[in-house]
Ligand binder design. Structure first.
Ligand code: ZN
Ligand code: ZN
Length: 75
């Protein structure tokens, strides 16, 4: 239901790793290259660069589901 593609400012920066590949993201289910995937540190599912969260800069990758759980659980 929530659509973050409103601005579209990043669309011009789309590169090969965002083109369809053989792997898929657990969150958005987009077909992506393996090089564009990371693995959630909590559930170990593959998640694409557009979906995982590393805002903390600690190399801790969380898929949207786990990020939501952590956000709700930490408050
Ligand atoms: Zn994704
Ligand atoms: Zn996860």
């Amino acid at each position: 239901m929530d659509d973050d593609n409103s601005a579209g400012t990043a669309s011009r920066y789309l590169s090969w790793w965002l083109s369809p590949g053989s792997e898929s993201c657990c969150a958005c289910e987009a077909p992506v290259h393996a090089e564009a995937l990371a693995y959630c540190t909590a559930c170990d599912r593959s998640v694409c660069m557009l979906c995982y969260d590393d805002k903390a800069g600690h190399g801790i990758i969380l898929c949207p589901d786990c990020r939501r759980e952590q956000t709700e659980g930490s408050i």
